[in-house]
Design a protein around this ligand. Structure first.
Ligand code: AMP
Length: 121
């Protein structure tokens, strides 16, 4: 899937839409999810134009990948989640139910999170 520069996270990166920023550096932006599923629900996105984890893992530079992973851990620690625990998750494509086609990591925490995914019917 080609990158759509009009996706909502691209617009946040360009400052066209506001966000509740948690973290920013040269490669990464993180902000609170607009519809939080847990007491802490932060989205971490690379500034580069990557559609999904699949795209990012295949095409991002080592510097971008290192910055992204370091930032995600730092954000979770900064939110006080490292002690009690938390979950990182990325939805990819149709089966993964990805809604926004700009790679993002969800950081969920602030309460016990239960099982990873619902069991199939
Ligand atoms: P996903 O299904 O992994 O693509 O999740 C997209 C996430 O983006 C959802 O949790 C939405 O609540 C969140 N979201 C959509 N628009 C915004 C926005 N303008 N600011 C913050 N979060 C958003």
């Amino acid at each position: 899937m080609p990158y759509d520069p009009q996706n909502i996270f691209a617009r946040i990166l360009r400052g066209e839409i506001p966000c509740r920023k948690v973290f920013e550096d040269a490669h990464v932006l993180a902000f609170h999810d607009i519809n939080p599923q847990t007491p802490t629900h932060v989205l971490v996105i690379p500034k580069g134009a990557y559609v999904s984890f699949d795209d990012f893992s295949a095409h991002a530079t080592a510097e971008e990948i290192a910055a992204f992973v370091r930032a995600a851990g730092q954000i979770a620690r900064g939110a006080g989640l490292a002690g009690p625990g938390y979950r990182v998750l990325s939805n990819i494509g149709q089966d993964g139910h990805q809604e926004v086609p700009h790679f993002h990591l969800h950081i969920f925490g602030g309460r016990p999170l239960g099982r990873m995914v619902p069991k199939a019917d």
